[in-house]
Ligand binder design. Structure first.
Ligand code: ADP
Ligand code: ADP
Length: 236
């Protein structure tokens, strides 16, 4: 069964319509890429999936997004919990100005975990799952801001993983990075699908072809195409 069901999703910024009624099932434990030209609604779409768009003034939606049998836009939804279950990684790495350790431990602490051993284990596992442990295990007390851009982005992925999400949303997660750092992130995305559902926005078709199982093509707020990535990119 799909990880999420998007039904007739319309998004408005004031009077301006950015998405015109998107219906899509997001496949579980797969990587789904959202592609399309600048301004077609990719960021708008992905932000709706964990209600990140709530933070944008003027942004209203119609339609439903079902996750675990509930419409996430229903009244009374715990959006903080929702955003732990459906984590987000942004284009620009945004670690907290704290130590590497504290960046990872922050979310679990808020979720109520106080035991130091437990937190240590979560930090180690999350950094391993984000392919960062070997590079930073001996400097967990150092500031996250002293890491390279690529390391910061993997830290942000580790931070999202630390609160045991089901779904990871990524909005252009590699496009601010150099090619080597980008390819590390791509390798990581490919591995994440064993344990998570991944949705990634990218303007880079080659990247979509490399990392995704399914590709969704948006154009001027419409869903033009949804298909298996290998079918979309195979030669006619
Ligand atoms: P993409 O991510 O594909 O570049 P966006 O989702 O950012 O597209 O934008 C879709 C449309 O919505 C564009 O016309 C854009 O100008 C508009 N838009 C995006 N964010 C806002 C906002 N906060 N306020 C008003 N219009 C916005
Ligand atoms: P992206 O394509 O990754 O969304 P943009 O440069 O289009 O990046 O947008 C950056 C920020 O500006 C976003 O927070 C978006 O909501 C906002 N934005 C985009 N278009 C508009 C717009 N027409 N009016 C107001 N804010 C906008």
């Amino acid at each position: 069964n799909p990880a999420m069901n998007v039904r007739d999703l319309e998004v408005y910024y004031g009077e301006t319509q950015a998405l015109n009624g998107i219906t899509l099932d997001i496949p579980r434990n797969q990587v789904t890429a959202i592609i399309g030209p600048s301004g077609c609604g990719k960021s708008t779409f992905i932000r709706c999936l964990n209600r990140m768009n709530d933070m944008i003034e003027n942004c209203t939606i119609k339609g439903r997004i079902e996750y675990n049998g509930t419409n996430i836009y229903e009244k009374g939804i715990d959006t903080a919990k929702l955003r732990r279950e459906i984590g987000m990684v942004f284009q620009k790495p945004n670690p907290f100005p704290k130590s590497i350790y504290d960046n990872i431990a922050y979310g679990p602490k808020i979720a109520g975990i106080k035991d130091k051993n437990k937190l240590d284990n979560i930090v180690e596992k999350s950094l391993k799952d984000a392919a960062l442990w070997d590079e930073v295990s001996d400097r967990l007390d150092e500031s996250a801001l002293d890491m390279s851009g690529g390391q910061q982005q993997r830290l942000c992925i580790a931070r999202a993983l630390a609160v045991e999400p089901e779904i990871i949303l990524m909005d252009e997660p590699a496009s601010a990075l150099d090619p080597v750092a980008m390819s590390k992130i791509e390798d990581l995305i490919f591995k994440l699908k064993d344990n998570y559902t991944v949705v990634i926005v990218t303007h880079n078709m080659q990247q979509a072809a490399r990392v995704s199982d399914y590709t969704t093509f948006l154009y001027m707020g419409d869903l033009i195409e949804f298909s298996k990535t290998d079918r979309l990119f195979e030669n006619p």
